[in-house]
Write a protein that binds this ligand. Sequence first.
Ligand SMILES: NC(=O)c1ccc[n+]([C@@H]2O[C@H](COP(=O)([O-])OP(=O)(O)OC[C@H]3O[C@@H](n4cnc5c(N)ncnc54)[C@H](OP(=O)(O)O)[C@@H]3O)[C@@H](O)[C@H]2O)c1
Length: 256
Amino acid sequence: MKLGLIGTGIIGEAFVRGLINVGRFEGEIWVSRRSDSRSSSLSADFAQVSVADENQEILDRCDTLILAVLPEQVESVLQDLQLRDDHLLLSIVSSITLKSLSQWAAPCTQIYRAIPLPPIEFGVGPIPICPPCPQLDPMLSSVGTVVSLTDEDQFLSIAVGSALMAMFYEMVSKTAIFMQKGGLPPHESALYATSMWHALAGNTTRVDHQELHQMSNDCLTPGGLNEQVLFGLRDSNWYSLLEKEMDGIKERLSRY
Ligand SMILES: NC(=O)c1ccc[n+]([C@@H]2O[C@H](COP(=O)([O-])OP(=O)(O)OC[C@H]3O[C@@H](n4cnc5c(N)ncnc54)[C@H](OP(=O)(O)O)[C@@H]3O)[C@@H](O)[C@H]2O)c1
């Protein structure tokens, strides 16, 4: 497989670093020069990564393409390029549907969408993909947990989860800030906050939303501290607002 990356931004760079460092990907990788500091550092760090000045050169040299530009750039980027019918295109753009991609990427028909998250750099995290793609499975499984979906609407519901990353990190950071304000050194505050959230999210064998909800109930000692926070946030409509934001994201993801 010769891999081409169109859009060497935050997630594109994380993807390439994960593939090589964790996934032990050994093939050629061509990346676009745009975001020169990222593309240059990738080619400096890895002999198998080369930088192309033009996107078309990447297409001409590669069989498998990862599209990682911003949503508003996708149409013009694809329409400026001559894709081949034997190209395989994996779009990791969050909000462009398969239908739009198919129109803009013709005659390429092997088109897939995935949503890797930044921890792909360390080989962890979910990678939803739609439709399922057996050819990409080994590569993606080397850097995360592949969740294959045939239904794009279900894929969009999963994509909503990826819009909660910043909110999550904000909670981690607020936890640490509070401790620091209480006099803890920054390192210990950050260590406690990251270790606590990591342990809570990472160590469970619960398999459905009811069991996950039970984990919340299990923390609720009557009259206890967790109950005070949960009920306080619930009374302030915090969870209803979160659900409303998720509905809004799903609607936005369905537009194009
Ligand atoms: N960040 C995440 O955690 C994440 C997760 C999953 C999916 N995504 C999706 O991945 C995409 C990229 O996100 P990002 O956060 O990585 O954004 P980003 O850092 O802004 O990356 C976008 C990249 O596209 C480049 N670019 C723009 N026009 C181009 C062109 N004509 N040819 C080649 N490259 C071009 C930009 O170069 P310049 O800087 O030179 O303009 C930049 O390197 C988005 O669609 C986003 O929805 C992001």
